[in-house]
Design a protein around this ligand. Sequence first.
Ligand SMILES: Cc1cc2nc3c(=O)[nH]c(=O)nc-3n(C[C@H](O)[C@H](O)[C@H](O)COP(=O)(O)O)c2cc1C
Length: 350
Amino acid sequence: MSQLFLAPMEGLADYVLRDVLTSTGGFDGCVSEFVRVTGSVLPRSAYERDTPEVLYGGHTPGGTPMVIQLLGSDPEWMALNAAQAASLSPHGIDLNFGCPAKVVNRHGGGAMLLAHPEQLNRIVSSVRAAVPAGIPVTAKMRLGVSDTSLAIDCATALAEGGAASLVVHARTRDHGYRPPAHWEWIARIDAAVDVPVVANGEVWTVADWERCRAVSGCADVMIGRGAVSDPFLALRIRGLMDPTPSGEEWSAVLGQLADYLTKLQLRVASRHEHGRVKMWLSYLKRTWPEAAELHAAIRRLHDPSEILEVIERAPAFNSLMPERHRATLVPLVPATPRRLTGCTVASAVQ
Ligand SMILES: Cc1cc2nc3c(=O)[nH]c(=O)nc-3n(C[C@H](O)[C@H](O)[C@H](O)COP(=O)(O)O)c2cc1C
C-alpha cells in the first residue's frame, strides 16, 4: 500500500494544523516544522512547545506518527540536538536540506548544503551515530542549488550516510515554487539509491498524485500545499471521498477552521497566530471561492475568538454543522512567545 505524508511547512503547519489535517484522515505520517540548530543544544521544553506530539507518544491527537525535522549545517551540533530530540521518542528525525530562506542559506544551511555532498554525508552520518537505532533518520532534499548536476551525488551521499529514506522535492532552490516539479528527476534519484524515496512537489489533486507516481515511479508521496488547499485531498486519494472537491463540502471546511481556531485558543500565545489561519484561508481559496469571502471578512481581525465568531455566523456553518466540531485536543504545554526556529513565515517557504 502506498503511503501519504503531510509535508513540513514552517509558519503554516504548526501542531494545531497538523492535528486538524491528520485527524481529517488519510495520512500515514507527518513532519514537524523545521527546528533550527545553531550553536547550542535546544532544551526539551522547546520541543514540548513546538512539537507537543512528543508528549503523546510522538503521535498527533488523531494518532498519526510525527517526525521531528532539524535544520542545520554543523555535524556535531546536529548530532547533539538530534540525540536530544530522539530522547523524546518521535517517530523519526528528519534532516532539512531544502530550505531556500536567505537567513538560513547565508549561514550555509538548508538548500546551500546541496552544493556539498560530502558535508551532507558528514551531517547524516553523525546524526545517525547519535540517534538510537530504533529511531529512523531521514532526509528531505531539493534537486540542487541552481542546477541538478549534483542531485544524484547528494542523494547517494545521504543514503550512504545512513538516511533510512529520502523525500525529494523535485525542484532546485532557484526554482523556488515555480511549476512544474521535475518528477522525472525523482525517478533518476530513486534508481540511484537503495533506500525508499518519497516523491514531493506540486500534488494538488488526485490526478496530480497519479501522474506524480507514474512519472517518479515512487509509490509514496508527500503533500504540502495541496493538503492545505484541500484538507480532504488525502481522503480523495484513498478513494474515501469524491475525487473532485464540491461546494457542499465548504461547511465541513468551516468546521475544520472552527476546530483550528478553538484549538489555537487553548494556547496562551494564540493571539499571535491569527496570521496562520489567514494563510490557510488563502490556500483554501484555490479550492473553494467561499474562502475568499471569508478571508476578506476576517482580514482585519487578530483575535482567534473574533475570527471564530465570524465563522459561526456563516450560514453554511450553521446549516450543515448541527453539532459544533469541537476541539478534542487536551490543553498542551502553554506556548511561550514564538519561537525557536529561525525563518520568518515569508522566508521559510521552501
Ligand atoms: C509555507 C511553507 C513552509 C515550508 N516549510 C518547510 C519546512 O519547515 N521544512 C521542509 O523541509 N520543507 C518546508 N516546506 C516545503 C514543503 O515541505 C514541500 O517540500 C513543498 O511545499 C513542495 O511540496 P508541495 O508542492 O506539496 O507543497 C515549506 C513549504 C511551504 C509552502
